[in-house]
Ligand binder design. Sequence first.
Ligand SMILES: Nc1ncnc2c1ncn2[C@@H]1O[C@H](COP(=O)(O)OP(=O)(O)OP(=O)(O)O)[C@@H](O)[C@H]1O
Length: 285
Amino acid sequence: MSDKEKAGKAAATAALAGVPAEPGAPKQDAILSATGVRRAFGGLVAVDVEHLEVQRGTITALIGPNGAGKTTFFNLVTGFDRPSRGEWDFDGRAAHRMRSYQVARAGMVRTFQLTKALTRMSVLDNMLIGAADQIGERMWAGLVPGVWKKQEAANRERAMELLERFKLVDKREHYAGELSGGQRKLLEMARALMLNPKMIMLDEPMAGVNPALKQSLLEHIKDLREDGMTVLFVEHDMDMVHEIADWVAVMAAGQLITEGTPDQISADQRVIDAYLGAHHDAAQH
Ligand SMILES: Nc1ncnc2c1ncn2[C@@H]1O[C@H](COP(=O)(O)OP(=O)(O)OP(=O)(O)O)[C@@H](O)[C@H]1O
């Protein structure tokens, strides 16, 4: 462990010390605080979270069995979906009425899996488009060419910096579709970082990544915390959760059933029951 990593981990642990392992537990300094968030699709309640706070400067995992509502929750707080009801503050500002690009500008940015269209573009173009898309620049780009040019040069510089950092710079002219599973995950992360987020939300960062690249991806995620960012990630790989999460929030059937440190969570009967229940249901289908 580097000194920087030790310091980042220690600061996160200190910030969470004394937080009870209970759903909705208040945090010392929550960057995201959500209350009464509900999203129904017809008769199906996908998300029904009474209260959740995410401590600033930590790596927090959001886990739960398939269909628990994790992705829907991500979509809601980042403005890509609208709740049936609910409120949340991000970094001290009410964010539940913001559009996705306003949320991104406020500093909460989620990663997206590369779509088919994006795999047919170069790695560098992916980076440049990532920046423009999420903050809605396309709307005014055509109107103010001078401003746009300047912004474009800055975006290009930032993109090259990030591609260096993620060791993708040699691939910049390659189609994104030519990248390996792990390199795609790095690109997804790098795209999100184009916006200099305060909090980055990663949806299954380890999915489809070969073991050789996993370690390097883990290091990159820890670096985000060490750089002062807050990380919230959805993940099924419990080894990864144990290795990097400072805190874990568990959802099942739309609700937040508990929270705690990785050790507290793996010993929690509610969590074991939720996973067993989900497997039992799946086996019956
Ligand atoms: N657009 C939608 N229309 C209808 N139902 C939806 C929609 N999006 C999600 N759902 C349903 O909401 C529930 C929660 O789904 P969600 O994808 O949020 O779960 P998840 O915890 O992310 O699952 P996984 O781990 O499998 O990705 C599921 O029952 C899902 O089928």
